[in-house]
Write a protein that binds this ligand. Structure first.
Ligand code: RP5
Length: 163
C-alpha cells in the first residue's frame, strides 16, 4: 500500500502557494492530506500529528511556514519520517527569514529544505522519496522529466525560427 503525503502549512495565507504542491502530488496519484497547523499557534496539534504520522500511513511530511518558521523543525523532531521544508515568502524579509529558520537545522534533526515558495519541488522530492520502492511512481517521474525536456527543446526550435 502506497504511503500518503502530508502537506502542513503554518497559516491559510500559505495556501495559494501550497496548492502547487497539492496539485503536483495529485497528478502523481498520491493520497494527500493538507492541514493548517502552526508550531506557534497550534503547537500541541502539530506535535500530535507528527508523532502519529508514521502509524497513520504517511511516508513524507511537507511543512510550509513563513517568518520565524519552526514548523518543519518541530515536526521533524517528533517523527523519523522525512520532512521537507518550504520557506514561505510572507514577511518583510521576502522569505529569507523563513529560509534560514528552515534550512539551518542543528545536527541530528534534518529538514530537507527547498527554495523559497518552492512548492512544486517539495512535492516532486516527496514523490522521489516514495519512488525509491515504487517502480510505477519512478516511471511517472521519468515521463514527467522527458516531457519537460521536450518542452524546452520545442521552445528552442521555435526560437531558432524566430531569430
Ligand atoms: C507563518 O507566518 C505562516 O506560515 C505564514 O507564512 C506567516 C504569516 O501568517 P499569517 O499572519 O498570514 O497567518 O506562521
Amino acid at each position: 500500500m502506497r504511503k500518503k503525503v502530508a502537506v502542513l502549512m503554518g497559516s491559510d495565507s500559505d495556501l495559494p502557494v501550497l496548492k502547487g504542491a497539492i496539485n503536483t502530488l495529485k497528478e502523481f496519484g498520491i493520497n494527500t492530506e493538507a492541514h493548517i497547523m502552526s508550531a506557534h499557534r497550534t503547537p500541541s496539534q502539530a506535535i500530535k500529528f507528527a508523532s502519529d504520522a508514521k502509524s497513520n500511513g504517511f511516508g513524507v511530511i511537507i511543512c510550509a511556514a513563513g517568518k520565524a518558521a519552526h514548523l518543519a523543525g518541530v515536526v521533524a523532531a517528533h517523527t523519523t519520517l522525512p520532512v521537507i521544508g518550504i520557506p514561505m515568502n510572507s514577511g518583510a524579509l521576502d522569505g529569507l527569514d523563513a529560509l534560514l529558520s528552515t534550512v539551518q537545522m542543528p545536527k541530528g534533526i534534518p529538514v530537507a529544505t527547498v527554495a523559497i515558495d518552492g512548492a512544486a519541488n517539495a512535492a516532486l522530492l516527496a514523490v522521489q522519496i516514495l519512488a525509491v520502492y515504487d517502480e510505477e511512481l519512478a516511471a511517472k517521474l521519468q515521463e514527467k522529466r522527458a516531457n519537460m525536456t521536450n518542452e524546452v527543446l520545442e521552445k528552442d526550435m521555435k526560437l531558432q525560427t524566430e531569430l
